[in-house]
Ligand binder design. Structure first.
Ligand code: FAD
Length: 408
């Protein structure tokens, strides 16, 4: 009989619980989750849920009754602390749990604005369902001046939702092109155009140095100050400047942490019988030959499931190709590949950038290392196959919509 403890309340924790049970081993399984609700998924929080087209149920991977039905003790609203990796114990509220194997799936937390005015009312971050509910209430009636700090995925998704509700939206971004570090300048510009065409005031090469409020540091947001000294009026500010892995518990216990919890390809941390998965894990990727921390939905989904098998005693090797999606205005996109390699590679486009209907490929020495389909569907499997095949492709054929991807 094994005692398994899963720390975390996101998708990675849910998938781990599910897959440990499907291995059918004789084990007690306890999930310790800091948030008040059972594990849930976050992508709708900046899309359908924020837009009011999806309800909270759309964020639930396993319904609340599933845990009890599978004899899993789910402790919500309880933060795990004091992990003793030698004694194999972890503190969860008033209890001390003993484990044979433990998973850290503690996710990430938003980076906060640190300049003056950071704690004014009307300054939002977006990570939890509660954050999304509060933000939705603030933007849903429209007619407000919204400043979004950050032109990354979440900043742009929030800008799209706030614009759709009829607010006037300004995005303040670093660098000259949004998303450039993720997708390069040409595709980044596609997103910039999308936002401008929909009326977003996109201010690149800009930074907010202070948020101004009514009545000193404790009032309500009135505006922001840019690095140039220019002031913009604002009724609310959304800070979307990235997320940091939640490594405090691991680090305090002496587990190796370096941009997340360091693991091998088997998701093992530096402590015996302790594994990590999801946004918090910086796992060795056997295809890349180095560590990779992926803070996207599909990684929490599949790496969480792999970690569940590891908790059940199975030797796993996690080697999935990173996958990511976004929805902004009428643009839907899927991306598969190794982003940092992609950034420096050659770009081949099949379709039309101007109409925002295309598949983009990044090549390195004529090998496909990443691909992105924009408003083109049912091709991402083929993109992944090309990446996995690792063969040289003809860029002319790759760009030709008349040539089937599977024939390349
Ligand atoms: P999390 O979801 O962060 O969950 C970790 C949980 O662990 C949290 O509930 C936290 O409270 C809990 N926890 C932390 N410490 C402790 C502790 N000591 N004890 C107990 N519990 C603890 N990805 C995409 O691919 N596509 C998208 O379109 C997309 N959209 C997103 C939109 C938003 C608004 C956000 C915030 C993220 C989005 N993502 C998207 C990313 C995706 O949601 C994350 O990759 C995913 O949530 C990671 O899951 P996780 O389980 O690793 O961590």
């Amino acid at each position: 009989h094994h005692r398994i403890v899963i720390v975390g309340g996101g998708l990675a924790a849910a998938r781990a619980a599910e897959s440990v049970r499907s291995e059918g081993i004789d084990a007690s399984v306890t999930v310790v989750a800091a948030e008040a609700r059972p594990p849930y998924e976050r992508p709708p929080l900046s899309k359908g849920y924020l837009l009011g087209t999806d309800d909270a149920a759309s964020t639930i991977p396993l319904d609340a009754g599933w845990y009890a039905a599978h004899d899993i003790a789910l402790h919500t609203g309880v933060e795990a602390s004091e992990l003793d990796t030698a004694a194999h114990t972890v503190r969860a509220g008033d209890e001390t749990l003993t484990y044979d194997r433990l998973l850290l799936a503690t996710g990430a937390s938003p980076r906060h604005f640190t300049g003056p005015g950071a704690s004014l009312t009307g300054v939002h971050t977006l990570r939890t369902l509660h954050d999304s509910t509060v933000l939705r209430t603030a933007i849903a009636r429209g007619g407000r001046r919204v400043v979004v700090i950050g032109s990354g995925w979440i900043g742009l998704e929030v800008a799209a939702a706030a614009t759709t509700y009829g607010n006037s939206v300004t995005v303040i971004g670093h660098g000259s092109i949004p998303l450039e570090s993720a997708v390069g300048p040409v595709i980044g510009e596609v997103f910039a155009e999308l936002h401008r065409a929909n009326g977003v005031d996109l201010r690149m090469d800009a930074a907010v140095t202070a948020i101004r409020g009514s009545g000193g540091g404790s009032g309500h947001v009135k505006g922001v100050v840019l690095g140039t000294g220019e002031e913009l009026d604002a009724d609310l500010v959304v800070v979307g400047i990235g997320a940091m892995p939640n490594t405090t518990l691991a680090a305090a216990s002496g587990i190796t942490v370096d941009n997340g919890i360091v693991t091998d390809a088997g998701l093992r941390t530096s402590a015996p019988d302790v594994f990590a998965a999801g946004d918090v894990a910086n796992a060795y990727h056997p295809v890349l030959g180095r560590r990779l921390r992926v803070d996207h939905w599909a990684n929490a989904d599949k790496q969480g499931a792999a970690a569940g098998r590891a908790l059940a005693g199975v030797d796993v090797e996690y080697a999935e190709i990173p996958y990511f999606f976004t929805d902004q205005f009428d643009l839907g996109m899927e991306y598969s590949g190794y982003g940092t390699l992609a950034a420096g590679g050659d770009l081949v486009v099949r379709g039309d950038l101007a109409t925002r209907e295309f598949v983009a490929f990044w090549l390195r020495d004529r090998h496909v290392v990443a691909g992105m389909n924009v408003n083109v569907w049912d091709v991402n499997e083929s993109v992944q196959k090309l990446i996995r095949a690792g063969v040289r492709v003809d860029p002319v054929a790759l760009a030709d919509p008349g040539v089937a991807l599977d024939s390349l």
